[in-house]
Write a protein that binds this ligand. Sequence first.
Ligand code: ADP
Ligand code: AMP
Length: 208
Amino acid sequence: MKIVLLGAPGAGKGTQATRIAEKYGVVHISTGDIFRKNLKEGTPVGLKAKAFIDKGQLVPDEVTCEIVAERLKEKDCEKGFMLDGFPRNVMQAEALDKMSDVDLVLNIAVDLDKLMARLTGRRVCRECGESYHVSTFAGNKCSKCGGEVIQRADDTEETVGKRLKVYSEQTQPLIDYYTAKGKLQSVDGMKPIDEVFAEVVTVLDKVK
Ligand code: ADP
Ligand code: AMP
C-alpha cells in the first residue's frame, strides 16, 4: 500500500503511523523525523532545516522533495510506504504525483483549537520517536524501547502557534486537492487513540 497521512500538527499522524506500521508492515517515512535525525547528526541538510524548524516554518520545497524522492527509491519502499508529514503544500503534492501514484490519502480530522494542548503536552522518545502526552505519561523512559523521552524544541506555545497557521494556510488546501482526485478518506481524530485506529483499520483493510 502507498499511503499519505494528512492532518494538522498534533492530529495524531505519528501515533497512528506506529500502529499502522506494526499491523501492516508498511514503511513509515516521516519528513519531520528525517530532519530531526539530520539535525542531531549535524549534516548540511540538518543545519539548513534547523532555521525553518525553529521558526515553525516549512523547510524549502526543493530540500524536502529531494529527500523524499531519494527515500522512495530505497528498496524497502518497493512494496509500499506511508508518508507522514509530506506533502505539506500543493507544490509538494504535485512533486509527489511525479514520484509515485499513491493509493490513498488518509486525513486525520481534528478541531484545530484543541491542538495547542496536545502539542505543548507532547513528549517523544529520542530513539524510536514514540509519542506520549503528559496527561497520561510520567517519567522519561520510553515504554517501547527504553529510550529517553523528551519535549521537542518546537513544541513551545509560540512555535506551535506558527505551525498551526502554516497548516491552515498551506496544508489544509490539500484536503480539496486530494478530494478532487478521489483519493481522500477521513477519520475522526478527536476520538481516543484506539478508536481512531479502529477507524483507520476499517479504511486500510479495503486498500490492502
Ligand atoms: P502528529 O504526528 O500528527 O504531529 P502525534 O501523533 O505526535 O501528532 O500526537 C500529538 C500529541 O497528541 C501526542 O502527545 C499524542 O500522544 C496525542 N494524541 C495523538 N492522538 C490522540 C488522540 N486521538 N486523542 C488524544 N491525544 C492524542
Ligand atoms: P513534524 O515532525 O511533521 O511536526 O515536522 C516538524 C518540522 O519539520 C515542521 O514544522 C517543518 O519545519 C519541518 N518539516 C517536516 N515535514 C516537512 C515538509 N513536508 N515540508 C517542509 N517542512 C517540513
